[in-house]
Design a protein around this ligand. Structure first.
Ligand SMILES: Nc1ncnc2c1ncn2[C@@H]1O[C@H](COP(=O)(O)OP(=O)(O)OP(=O)(O)O)[C@@H](O)[C@H]1O
Length: 211
């Protein structure tokens, strides 16, 4: 499994640009605040359209401006885990987990609900409302929802700062197990050097540039 990303977009006075090829492991996007890390994740996910470039995963072109290819987010099979979890507040944990699973084509559902529950240790949370979860619990559910959607890669945008420091270690272990046991490639954004050193297989440094 590999990413091939070469994207460029002008946002106001800034030009956001990133170019990398990444195989398995955790690819860290690194750089100062405002350089465009989240924008690059959004371009990979299909939530923001690059002005130029391409995004492919495992040889399948997801975006290519020169060939007018631009797959919508739900057809990219890329899971996105946000800093704040973003669970659906009106659905219990079980329904949140199953949301993307029901929409995924059966042949892409490579993990069952039970396998995800066991992997993340969240059996006891299934009947809870998102509003009652701790930051760490909510983040586990968000990761579970991404895995159940049939994702072949994950994007993670600062998934740890919203979590109580005592629970961060547990989520970091989950992320390392996703890398090593599930062998899913992850593109990861953090500002924390210790987290970066612990997790990064490779580091892509984004440089500020103006137009
Ligand atoms: N939709 C948009 N329209 C205009 N400008 C935008 C848009 N989205 C982001 N920007 C700007 O583009 C720049 C890059 O933002 P982005 O959030 O990608 O940076 P970042 O590196 O993730 O920052 P941080 O580390 O602070 O989260 C910022 O100057 C931001 O204000």
């Amino acid at each position: 499994m590999s990413f091939d990303v070469d994207v460029r977009k002008t946002l106001g006075d800034h030009v956001v640009a990133a170019r990398f090829v990444a195989s398995d492991g955790i690819t860290l996007l690194w750089g100062p605040s405002g350089v465009g890390k989240t924008s690059v994740l959004n371009m990979i996910a299909g939530l923001m359209r690059p002005d130029q470039g391409h995004v492919s995963i495992d040889g399948q072109m997801l975006f290519d401006d020169s060939a007018a290819i631009n797959l919508p987010p739900h057809r990219r099979r890329i899971g996105y885990v946000f800093q704040d979890g973003r669970l659906f507040p009106h659905l219990r944990v079980r329904a949140n987990l199953l949301y993307g699973h029901r929409l995924a084509a059966p042949e892409n559902r490579w993990m069952s609900l039970q396998a995800v529950i066991d992997f993340l240790g969240i059996e006891h949370l299934l009947g809870r409302w998102p509003g009652t979860l701790s930051g760490g619990e909510a983040q586990r559910v968000a990761i579970g929802r991404a895995l159940l959607s049939g994702a072949r890669a994950l994007l993670m945008d600062e998934p740890l700062p919203s979590i109580d420091p005592a629970r961060r270690e547990g989520i970091m272990d989950v992320i390392l197990r996703i890398r090593d046991e599930l062998v899913l490639p992850i593109v990861y954004v953090t500002h924390n050097p210790a987290e970066a050193d612990r997790l990064a297989t490779r580091k892509i440094e984004l440089m500020p540039s103006s137009r």
